[in-house]
Design a binder for this molecule. Structure first.
Ligand SMILES: Cc1ncc(COP(=O)(O)O)c(C=O)c1O
Length: 391
């Protein structure tokens, strides 16, 4: 009998949903493979697929169809938002400075860094012990003048929800653009543009059952961003290049499904996540749930197990048929805590012993049982090995 595999790394990526695959297939084959810029029937069929996806995404988020700019994923959308907004501001004679939170995904942090390398300035907004952005630091950044503020809706490592509506209001009053990376938020918590006065919002397909390599940036004001890729006139010149039609159609379908199922998904995943955390603490009483005190999205649990290290835990779980993610990064041979846990002030020994379990629509109570069944032995093994190594 083959081993039952458990996938608890849905914040990293998700499988393509059958309904999404079915929707995109005609755009790969002979039915609608045309170039959407072509005027003939093949082109028009492809264009119709794009327009429908735009309408669905816009309607779901509370935007206008022409505000949906498709990109190659969340990373590109974040880069377009940060670098594009900084360049547009500079060219208008405004500030060439950006402010981003310390716990952003690397796509935002590295884009902010690129602005710095281009001669601008990147300001990093600290977070408190719960992982929530320091609004005093935000006020200072706004007072000093910035082109764009970027604060993610939901953090990918610990699941913390940021007060994006309030931050957006503050930015709006200060006449500063606000961008939010909603890659981990969409489909898990209510995401609606009319509730949040943000000009720019990122989503990514592969976190919600569409393929990798497709995402979108919602651009509510086209003057706000300058293109960072140059080419033809597609997508108003903001993001030129022949559109990834099958990917776009897939994103439209995945967004439609995720929005329709969101409330039920949120309820189900929260119950699974809470059950996991309760039982982890029963099995390993000195385990620490990172950001437990914060308002969190339902699908992410980040757990530190003192006296272990993330990589060893991860490998043992993998051997047991359970896929999760390490909350630390292995760089130049030594394990370093993630920048998110470090920014939250999590002590190093807990930071290097962090694991992320992230739930998706296919997870069940048996998956939690499998983790809890495997956990005590794995912790014992990793701890005894660590004790030998440190003797
Ligand atoms: C919060 C967040 N932003 C951005 C990204 C990058 O998205 P993509 O993988 O589509 O480039 C990810 C993916 O890990 C993410 O979790």
């Amino acid at each position: 009998m083959s081993k039952r595999l458990v996938y608890l790394d849905n914040a990293a990526t998700t499988p393509v949903r059958p309904e999404v695959l079915e929707a995109m297939l005609p755009y790969l084959g002979k039915e609608a493979f045309g170039n959407p810029s072509s005027a003939h029937r093949f082109g028009r069929a492809a264009r119709a697929g794009i327009e429908e996806a735009k309408r669905t995404i816009a309607e779901t988020l509370g935007a206008e169809p022409n505000q949906v700019i498709f990109t190659s994923g969340g990373t590109e959308a974040d880069n377009l938002a940060i670098i594009g907004a900084a360049l547009a501001s500079r060219d208008r004679g405004g500030p060439f400075r950006v402010a981003v939170s310390a716990i952003e995904h690397k796509a935002v942090l590295a884009a902010a860094h690129a602005v710095g390398r281009l001669g601008g300035l990147e300001l990093i907004l600290p977070v408190n012990a719960s992982g929530v952005v320091d609004e005093g630091a935000l006020e200072q950044a706004l007072a000093g003048g910035v082109a764009v503020v970027s604060v993610m809706w939901v953090n990918n490592e610990v699941g913390v929800i940021q007060p994006v509506a309030r931050i957006a209001d503050r930015c709006c009053s200060a006449e500063v653009l606000f961008h939010t990376d909603a890659v981990q938020a969409f489909g898990k918590v209510p995401v609606s543009l009319p509730d949040v006065r943000c000009t720019l919002l990122t989503i990514s397909g592969h976190k919600i059952g569409a393929p990798k390599g497709i995402g979108a940036l919602i651009v509510r004001d086209r003057e706000a961003v300058e293109a960072i890729i140059h080419g033809g006139g597609q997508q108003f010149g903001i993001r030129p290049g022949t559109e990834n039609v099958p990917g776009i159609v897939a994103l439209g379908k995945a967004v439609e499904l995720a929005a329709a199922e969101r409330a039920e998904t949120e309820r189900r995943l929260r119950a699974l996540r809470d059950d996991l955390e309760l039982r982890v603490l029963q099995a390993v009483p000195d385990a620490v749930i990172n950001a437990w005190q914060a308002e969190r999205a339902p699908h992410v649990s980040n757990v530190s197990i003192p006296g272990t290290d993330s990589e060893a835990l991860l490998m043992h779980f993998d051997l047991a048929g359970i896929a999760c993610s390490s909350g630390s990064a292995c760089s130049t041979g030594s394990i370093e805590p993630s920048h998110v846990l470090t920014a939250m002030g999590v002590p190093r020994e807990l930071g290097i012993a962090a694991l992320r379990f992230s739930f998706g629509k296919d997870n069940t109570a048996e998956d939690v049982d499998a983790v809890i069944g495997a956990l005590p032995k794995i912790v014992e093994k990793v701890r005894s090995l660590a004790a030998v190594l440190h003797r």
